[in-house]
Design a binder for this molecule. Structure first.
Ligand code: PLP
Length: 485
């Protein structure tokens, strides 16, 4: 068999057989042209020959050739045959060496170096004691009600609204947030005060892009939410870590140069402490006196297991305080819905910025969530989930108190912040725990100075079976004891 015949068959065989035959023939010819095996101006084998070589019908080959002629890759000359069209040949098509792109040079904005990433252990659900964080218990997701809301969102009454695309979010959803979620946080606002985002993370990114200039001093809690640190650092902000104690962010430690302060006052991430009333008022006073803005990330205040959540700081000063909410902890992170409540001038600026990234949150999702909230499904599912989390919190804190009676675990959130006893370091404990099937997060992830974090671990209880909480924590206590020795 001549070499060219072998090459043609080889290239043809390399095209996945899932495609229809004429597509495979067309792809084969394209590859032969791009790699320079068939050169500009060269006559290609006749359709009869190709059909024989490839074991397909002439008609199949002819269909492929006709498509390539229509696309300008080949040209047909009457009575002479079919030729590779000059312009279709890629003279310097990627070769093995020329095809290499020096990505290290091209990736000019790598994700913020020097800041760690929260990462989940792959297949965490296969571990007996997955005390992982940042995840929602999928068993509590109301599949049936959500599906029904999505179906309705595409019904005749809603189809147009859910498929609209513009700067304006779904008013039904905004009204539901204004009616059933924000008032419990002490927030009463108009429609133009609300923007729907792809989770709180997008809200943070839009805010950072809009409000932060290179070198601005942005206060972050220490320990604090590492994903927020990434966002501000990536925009060139000077991060100013401010310590947190048993009353939350130490507002007295803020410097006069502050231009933005990011805080999680309801359940401080990761310590779960609630910012005290005095500190809240101090923060607002400082923001006014020193002329800075506050971002209040209120991501899970509804997950409160005793009494009611304290009102949002934004309820005291809706002008300087930009409020962020999220459905990630309350419904599921995969829904990807968050929202910003702020002055209409800022909301408009954020909406324009968002427009040039991804336009807006999918209309179907917005409308489905609105309907899901309106018929009470959201409240019912949140209450059921909260009841279960409250049981897990009671069991978890009861178990840990037997060993750490002095530690305070605020009654809320989805994870416990545990101070390790002297002698035990977090990396050691996390590794040894994993070997016993226990997954927890190392404290280093949360501090500006990783060394400070080695005395802490974070123990999530949002995904573990309620009956596994106690045995899992007893096993963890054993691990901690061993790591001390
Ligand atoms: C402090 C904090 N903010 C916000 C969120 C929610 O982020 P998103 O809405 O982007 O999922 C989380 C979830 O882990 C969080 O821990």
């Amino acid at each position: 068999m001549p070499a060219s015949t072998i090459l043609v068959s080889e290239v043809f065989d390399g095209v996945p057989s899932v495609f229809p035959l004429h597509v495979r023939v067309r792809t084969m010819v394209e590859q032969l042209i791009f790699t320079g095996s068939w050169r500009a101006g060269e006559r290609i084998p006749s359709s009869r020959m190709l059909a024989e070589q490839l074991g397909v019908s002439r008609m199949t080959v002819q269909t492929a050739i006709d498509e390539l002629i229509a696309g300008g890759y080949l040209r047909s000359a009457p009575r002479s045959g079919v030729f590779v069209n000059t312009h279709a040949t890629v003279a310097d098509a990627p070769t093995e060496s020329g095809g290499d792109v020096a990505w290290a040079r091209w990736i000019r904005q790598p994700v913020t170096p020097g800041i760690p990433h929260l990462q989940r252990v792959p297949e965490w659900w296969t571990y007996p004691y997955p005390f992982i964080t940042g995840q929602h218990d999928a068993r509590f997701f109301p599949d049936r009600q959500w599906l029904s809301a999505v179906r309705k969102s595409l019904g005749d009454d809603h189809r147009h609204a859910s498929l609209d695309d513009n700067l304006i979010d779904d008013m039904l959803l905004i009204d539901e947030l204004r009616r059933s979620l924000l008032p419990s946080r002490g927030i009463f606002v108009e429609r133009e005060n609300v923007l729907i985002t792809l989770g709180a993370q997008e809200a943070l990114a839009l805010l950072a892009d809009t409000l932060v200039r290179r070198g601005d001093h942005v206060v972050v809690e220490d320990p604090g939410y590492v994903d927020a640190r990434h966002v501000f650092a990536a925009r060139g902000a000077e991060l100013v870590p401010v310590p947190v104690d048993d009353q939350g962010l130490r507002v007295d430690d803020l410097t006069r140069e502050t231009s933005l302060c990011y805080t999680t006052p309801s359940h401080q991430h990761p310590s779960n402490v609630t910012l005290s009333p005095d500190r809240r008022l101090d923060l607002i006073r400082r923001a006014r006196d020193d002329d800075f803005l506050v971002i209040e990330d209120d991501y899970d205040s509804e997950l409160c297991y005793r009494g009611r959540p304290t009102p949002a700081i934004a309820s005291h000063d809706p002008h300087r305080v930009i409020y962020l909410g999220s459905m990630s902890k309350l419904l599921a992170p995969g829904i990807r819905v968050g929202f910003v409540v702020a002055d209409p001038a800022l909301i408009r600026a954020l909406a324009w910025r968002r427009r040039y990234v991804h336009r807006q949150v999918p209309g179907v999702t917005q409308r489905a969530l609105a309907l899901f909230m309106r018929d009470g499904s959201f409240t019912r599912s949140l209450h059921a989930y909260r009841r279960e989390l409250a049981v897990r919190w009671e069991v978890a804190t009861g178990t840990l108190h037997t060993r750490f009676p002095d530690q305070v675990f605020p009654p809320g959130g989805t994870a416990l912040w545990l101070r390790l006893p002297d002698g035990a370091t977090s990396d050691h404990v996390v590794t040894a725990a994993r070997e016993r099937g226990i997954l927890i997060d190392p404290g280093e992830l949360y501090f500006a100075d990783a060394a400070t974090g080695s005395g802490f671990v974070r123990v999530g209880f949002s995904c573990i079976d309620t009956e596994h909480v106690r045995p899992g924590l007893l096993a963890l206590l054993e691990v901690i004891e061993e790591c001390r020795g």
